[in-house]
Design a protein around this ligand. Structure first.
Ligand code: AP5
Length: 186
């Protein structure tokens, strides 16, 4: 978990490689739907472009089969889900029904200054429609309102580890791996 630009995708890919499990990025899945012009993609494109969250039920329905498949193969890193308390409750219900358990929730802690700098830099290199100054600002606001409260929820469940993620990707990766091993006690 972490705000836009905190490195969820960057670290999610590295972690998946490190542990030999699947990286499930909900943002990437949604962008694939948009790029492929599916009904779902058409339904969510404008919402994503505004930096708002796609409806909870839509996201949970989309992600659950991916989780089920990856769990059957040995595990997964979920990137960008859940992002609301409603999603967190649904995720737990779905996990129970699949007999799947979350081992650890990693929160990437990055200052707002660095987040904005990273996303502004990406805007000059890539063409993500939600990397405009206005939408970046809205995404950060949505994170604060809808997603940050989940930190208390996962702290309460004893799953949360916080990792400072200002450093370069390699150092952050090492810190995340160490934090996960520390949490799992292995
Ligand atoms: P999503 O794609 O998840 O976007 P996001 O949360 O805004 O996050 P980003 O992808 O921008 O950043 P990140 O934290 O993954 O960092 P990254 O590694 O890319 O979601 C997009 C949209 O989909 C949402 O706005 C919403 O509309 C919808 N959506 C997704 N999930 C949803 C859900 N559960 N419910 C409802 N709607 C949902 O890095 C960012 C940049 O920084 C890159 O250029 C990278 O190279 C660079 N960088 C990364 N780490 C470092 C580092 N350590 N040092 C220097 N640069 C770095």
């Amino acid at each position: 978990m972490g705000p836009p630009g905190s490195g969820k995708g960057t670290q999610g890919m590295r972690l998946a490689q490190h542990f030999g499990i699947e990286h499930i990025s909900v943002g990437d899945l949604l962008r694939d739907e948009v790029d492929s012009g599916t009904e779902l993609g058409k339904h969510v494109a404008a919402t994503m472009e505004r930096g708002e969250l796609v409806p909870d039920d839509v996201v949970t329905e989309m992600v659950t089969p991916h989780v089920a498949r990856a769990a059957a193969k040995g595990g997964f890193i979920l990137d960008g889900y859940p992002r609301t308390l409603t999603q967190a409750v649904s995720a737990r219900q779905e996990a129970d029904s699949l007999n799947v358990e979350a081992d650890v929730v990693v929160w990437l802690d990055v200052s707002p200054h660095t987040l904005i700098k990273r996303l502004a830099e990406r805007a000059t290199e890539e063409d993500r429609p939600d990397d405009t100054a206005e939408t970046i600002s809205r995404r950060l606001q949505v994170y604060e309102e809808a997603t940050r409260p989940l930190l208390d929820y996962y702290q309460g469940r004893g799953l949360l580890v916080t990792v400072g993620a200002e450093d370069d990707p390699e150092h952050v990766h090492a810190a995340v791996v160490a934090a996960i091993h520390g949490k799992l006690g292995d």
